[in-house]
Design a protein around this ligand. Structure first.
Ligand SMILES: O=CCCC(=O)O
Length: 484
């Protein structure tokens, strides 16, 4: 049972054109830690999605015509309301997603930071004047909102993955239709309550819940949507990209990863353990930038393994809202099965278990934080993203071997390494084929930095001064007859 200071934040309806709408059919949303039903959401589909897109199309011109300063002030109010309601947003988030309350509070602040950042960036969308090749011409570039944006967001960060898209989209002057993950819709709907309170006009920010295939199908098919921004799996990202091809939508994709976390022999081992704990066990291992493969150089392998196992043994598994809990449940049983599959495969092929390895005594989708030793490249865990609390330790001998192993994947989102040697730091940072490299840190995410991947981990960047570019169309103005 949720006890909120403002119970109106728990909305069980969709937000379309500034109205709260229900549907005859509903979907129950459960707490993954307890199995209890938190509430119900409308099961909407194609026609309601088309209605939301039409509302966004109608609302966008007036929103775009506002000055950047006016849009900025409204976004700033949204940010302030998010902070004022941080505790309630965190309670909702923890209940539907399972992450510990401290992490949920952190995510709501992280989510709000994108709205604050892009409220400021709204005022810094500059054009260009280009030196003309003829004396009677002047060439200019102006930047305009790309059009109606569709956003599809995941369950692992039910707040921040929305604001990281809505912030730049609305700052640029776009209107948005959002489809949040079915497992975690209440964070999105609470953000819509606050958007209305902040003065975001009807139709500019719409939230629709229901059947993913129908809603996604309409978002990708409808010619009035100019852009799709998606965070989720590589397989679904590829499907959406294909669907967007028919109407040539601009796509931003933040997809899967297979992050290497590397400990060189000159690393500060205690710092590396601290970084590995943050990178690996944040949100029970369910983030796209979580360390997936931990590579440790021969001479420090045993020492690092002992220190990491000792730190992992201290994690406290439990319901996110309980005192002192540092690891919540996984999102569902399918997620647990994937972790089990990776452990079984690794053990069958010669890995050994240092810690954990099975479902937690608490039941539901709780899983023991796990450390595997002597893991090798032939095992599933080397190729697929586990998305769970499993730390597999691989050995390596040389820098050259490490670079080959770390880059041997179709993914290229985040990577991490620990070294104190300045030459090595530059060599390795430049050689890693990833969009993001954490050097002597396990935590790289913030609103000021460009978040995104290369290879099959995605397209585009979110956050930072680059994040707004994905929501902007460049228009070239060629003015002739200047000398007449
Ligand atoms: O899982 C994806 C996002 C995680 C983050 O922003 O750090």
């Amino acid at each position: 049972m949720l006890h909120l200071n403002n119970p109106a934040l728990l909305k069980q309806a969709c937000y379309i054109n500034g109205q709260w709408q229900d549907a005859a059919e509903k979907i129950a949303v459960t707490n993954p830690a307890t199995g209890e039903i938190i509430g119900h959401i409308p099961k909407m589909g194609t026609s309601e999605t088309a209605q939301a897109i039409a509302a966004a199309k109608l609302a966008m011109p007036a929103w775009q015509k506002k000055t950047a300063k006016e849009r900025s002030a409204i976004l700033r109010r949204w940010f302030e309301l998010m902070l004022a309601n941080q505790e309630d947003l965190a309670q909702i988030l923890s209940a539907e997603q399972g992450k510990p309350l401290a992490e949920a509070r952190g995510e709501t602040a992280y989510g709000a930071s994108f709205i604050e950042w892009f409220a400021e960036e709204a005022k810094r969308v500059y054009g260009d004047v280009i030196a003309a090749p003829q004396a009677d011409k002047r060439l200019l570039v102006i930047k305009q909102a790309i059009g109606v944006v569709a956003a599809i967001t995941p369950w692992n960060f039910p707040n921040a993955m929305i604001t990281r898209k809505a912030g730049p989209a609305l700052a640029a002057g776009c209107a948005m239709v959002l489809k949040p993950a079915t497992q975690t819709p209440f964070s999105a709907l609470a953000l819509a309550v606050l958007a209305a309170e902040a003065g975001i006009p009807a139709g500019v920010f719409n939230v629709i819940t229901g059947t993913a295939s129908q809603i996604g199908g309409e978002l990708t098919r409808n010619p009035d949507v100019a852009k799709l921004s998606f965070t989720g799996s590589t397989d679904i990202g590829k499907l959406l990209m294909r669907e967007c091809a028919d109407t040539v939508k601009k796509v931003s994709l933040e997809l899967g990863g297979n992050a290497p976390f590397v400990v060189f022999d000159d690393a500060d081992l205690d710092a590396a353990v601290e970084g590995a704990m943050i990178s690996k066990f944040r949100n029970a291992g369910q983030t796209c930038v979580c360390a997936n493969r931990i590579y440790v150089q021969d001479s420090v392998y045993d020492a690092f393994a002992a220190k990491l196992s000792a730190a992992v043994a201290k994690l406290k598994v439990g319901v996110g809202t309980a005192e002192g809990v540092t690891q919540g449940p996984l999102i569902d049983d399918k997620a647990v099965q994937k972790v089990e599959e990776h452990i079984k495969d690794a053990l069958e092929q010669g890995a050994t278990l240092a810690l954990g390895g099975k479902r937690h005594a608490l039941g539901h989708s709780f899983f023991e934080p796990t450390v595997l030793l002597n893991v090798s490249a032939k095992m599933k865990v080397a190729r697929e993203e586990t998305f769970g609390p499993l730390a597999p330790l691989f050995r390596f001998s040389s820098e050259a071997e490490l670079i080959q192993l770390a880059n041997d994947t179709e993914f290229g989102l985040a990577s991490y390494f620990y070294s104190r040697d300045i030459g090595r730091i530059w060599r390795v940072a430049e050689a890693l084929e990833y969009g993001m490299v954490g050097i002597n840190t396990g935590m790289i995410s913030n609103e000021l930095a460009p978040f995104g991947g290369v290879k099959q981990s995605g397209l585009g960047r979110e956050g930072s001064k680059y994040g707004i570019d994905d929501y902007i169309a460049i228009k070239y103005l060629c003015m002739g007859g200047i000398d007449r």
